[in-house]
Design a protein around this ligand. Structure first.
Ligand SMILES: CCCCCCCC/C=C\CCCCCCCC(=O)SCCNC(=O)CCNC(=O)[C@H](O)C(C)(C)COP(=O)(O)OP(=O)(O)OC[C@H]1O[C@@H](n2cnc3c(N)ncnc32)[C@H](O)[C@@H]1OP(=O)(O)O
Length: 192
């Protein structure tokens, strides 16, 4: 089987249109939710990923592999790397389009081992939009922006309404989360 996967995006798409209030290039994004396993400061063994807007279509994220992230001794667990890319891709969609969206599909190619202590530099870009679907892809390079590629990922995120979170998640926590974001002028468009 060829290593090169099928066409991407897998259907005709429109170019993604960044939200007019998307943060400008160079903005450090910080955590989006303190309990998020990907970026939350309150999750001790979480990934503590930090992301920055690189352009109106791209976000760069950094993830340093810790000892809690191992699969084989001294090496990152593959599923955990997939999680890091879910975060980096989700942050790209969420922050550039400013609409709640959830991962529907996530593909990962593991190209090189990722040792504990190394930092993945993940560059993610919006590839296209079709109705509620946003296609996004990323490359993760070892220890430098121009380091060797270790992981590639592609994802499909589907825009959802706020009821997705209130119905299926913790409605009280969602309400508090929205209050915090609104107070910071960071509310989301919630009507896809
Ligand atoms: C006020 C609160 C706001 C909060 C906002 C926070 C933003 C934060 C910003 C930034 C940081 C973010 C960082 C986080 C990153 C991590 C994100 C995650 O890990 S999310 C958790 C894991 N994912 C799930 O739990 C989804 C579970 N799945 C579902 O809920 C549904 O399946 C859902 C919503 C994905 C789709 O269900 P349907 O009923 O709404 O819609 P249907 O019609 O089934 O799909 C829509 C289109 O998508 C295609 N589709 C759906 N799933 C597909 C798949 N697996 N593969 C291919 N296509 C798929 C369908 O074929 C359809 O396409 P056609 O429009 O007809 O062409």
């Amino acid at each position: 089987m060829s290593k090169a996967a099928e066409n991407w995006p897998p259907e005709d798409t429109e170019p993604a249109t960044p939200h007019p209030d998307a943060p400008p290039s160079g903005t450090e994004l910080g955590e989006h939710y303190s309990q998020c396993f990907g970026c939350g400061d309150d999750v001790e063994s979480g990934l503590h990923i930090r992301s920055m807007i690189a352009s109106d279509m791209t976000v760069v994220s950094k993830f340093t592999v810790g000892k809690d992230h191992q699969g084989a001794p001294g090496l990152a667990h593959g599923g955990l790397l997939a999680c890091a890319f879910d975060e980096a891709l989700g942050s790209t969609v969420g922050n550039l389009l400013r609409r709640p969206a959830v991962t529907a599909r996530l593909e990962t190619d593991f190209v090189r081992p990722v040792p504990v202590g190394s930092t993945l530099h993940i560059a993610a870009k919006l590839d296209g939009v079709s109705r509620r679907k946003t296609y996004v892809s990323a490359e993760g390079r070892l220890d430098a922006e121009d380091g060797p590629v270790a992981v590639r990922a592609r994802g499909l995120f589907v825009t959802v309404g706020v009821e997705h979170f209130t119905k299926h998640g913790d409605a009280d926590a969602i309400s508090q989360f929205r209050d915090v974001r609104q107070a910071a002028g960071q509310d989301w468009d919630i009507n896809p």
